[in-house]
Design a binder for this molecule. Structure first.
Ligand SMILES: *Cc1c(COP(=O)(O)O)cnc(C)c1O
Length: 353
């Protein structure tokens, strides 16, 4: 047997997540991973590295809880929000259980399920990118975990609160509902955090990678009731959060860090409006979908051509052409003022041809 044949069958069959970095490109304008354009200025305070870190750094839990309006017992910190996705699947799904998600959406729900050898059921979003509740209800057999992304990546819209509440009622005592709030800082009023008290099977995913501008830190959170959090504690690695990570994350969540994050989010929203205004008058732009996040989804007359032309100019966007129902669509991260201008000029130049 070759080494490849020795690996698990589901891993042999697995198409790994096409992360923005893995896709490569020689760019100087990176608008493909929903990162922030510049880094916050943080400095290591704790320089004691000989000891293992706290399994769940208490100060970090407390700061995130305070920010989210919850208690430390409602918070689990992990290596990015991505680790939370996998922990939930590992903790809740038996071999013959299923994970349900609603495409077009974030790719890691499928990749994590497949990595764990768990089958997936998909119920596509409706034409306006909302939940198809009737169809979900028909497909709950063996489903243990449901992922809903809101604001949804890559479409940018928020899922209706009313629908999420219906979903939570529908799944009580049956399945865990995970609402992925990676972009919630751009529309904080949409959070489901205030519903945790009512739903023991609700979990929220959060991250410092987007509005906090710390994708390189690899720090994310799960918010849920203590019973669910304690289950995830059982399956997470013993010391998942390096000392420098919790040290810097605590700074990002202090009063000053939170104020800077809010400033950043406000600026991104302003640039988003500008970018939409510039693009919507161009003849090759067929549609710009409304967004509550730090990116916009744009449908073009020839999306692949636009994506490739900009790629060759060092402007790296995220092609969504292969995502369900998103042919000719490109996702553009809101960048710096200058980066946004570069994108507009490049697309305008194609339009003029
Ligand atoms: C970015 C993102 C995450 C988490 O990213 P991490 O960097 O692992 O924290 C989770 N869900 C969605 C939808 C995202 O876009």
């Amino acid at each position: 047997m070759t080494i490849s044949q020795l690996s698990r069958k589901n891993i042999q069959a697995l198409t790994p997540y096409q992360s923005a970095r893995r896709l490569g490109g020689k760019g100087d304008v990176w608008l493909n991973a929903n990162e922030y354009a510049t880094s916050p200025d943080l400095n290591l305070q704790n320089r004691t590295f000989n000891r293992y870190p706290e399994a769940q750094p208490q100060q970090l839990l407390e700061r995130y809880a305070a920010y989210a309006g919850l208690k430390a017992e409602n918070v689990l910190v992990s290596r990015g929000g991505d680790e939370s996705i996998e922990l939930i699947i590992r903790a809740f799904c038996e071999a013959d259980d299923k994970v349900l998600y609603c495409p077009p959406t974030y790719g890691m729900y499928a990749v994590s399920a497949e990595t764990c050898g768990i089958q997936t059921t998909t119920v596509p979003l409706t034409a306006d990118f909302q939940l198809n509740l009737a169809e979900i209800e028909q497909n709950l057999e063996q489903v243990k975990v449901i992922f809903v992304c809101s604001p949804n990546n890559p479409t940018g819209n928020v899922v209706k609160r009313e629908d999420l509440l219906t979903l939570l009622e529908m799944t009580r005592d049956r399945a865990v509902v995970v609402v992925d709030e990676a972009y919630i800082e751009f529309c904080p009023q949409a959070t489901m955090a205030n519903e945790l008290a009512n739903y023991p099977h609700l979990a929220l995913i959060r991250t410092l990678s987007k509005a906090f501008a710390l994708a390189g830190l690899r720090c994310g959170f799960t918010l849920a009731n203590p019973e669910l959090i304690n289950i995830l504690q059982k399956v997470i690695a013993p010391y998942p959060i390096p000392v420098p990570v919790s040290d810097l994350a605590c700074q990002a969540l202090d009063q000053n860090g939170l104020a800077e994050m809010q400033q950043r989010a406000a600026e991104v929203i302003e640039y988003r409006t500008w970018l939409i205004n510039q693009l919507q008058s161009l003849p090759i732009v067929a549609q710009i979908f409304a967004s509550e996040a730090n990116y916009i989804l744009v449908k073009l007359q020839n999306g692949t051509n636009v994506f490739k032309t900009l790629w060759d100019q060092g402007i790296i966007l995220r092609d969504q052409n292969k995502a369900l129902g998103l042919s000719n669509c490109i996702r553009i991260t809101i960048g710096s003022e200058q980066e946004n201008r570069r994108v507009v000029e490049a697309i305008r130049a194609i339009s003029a041809k």
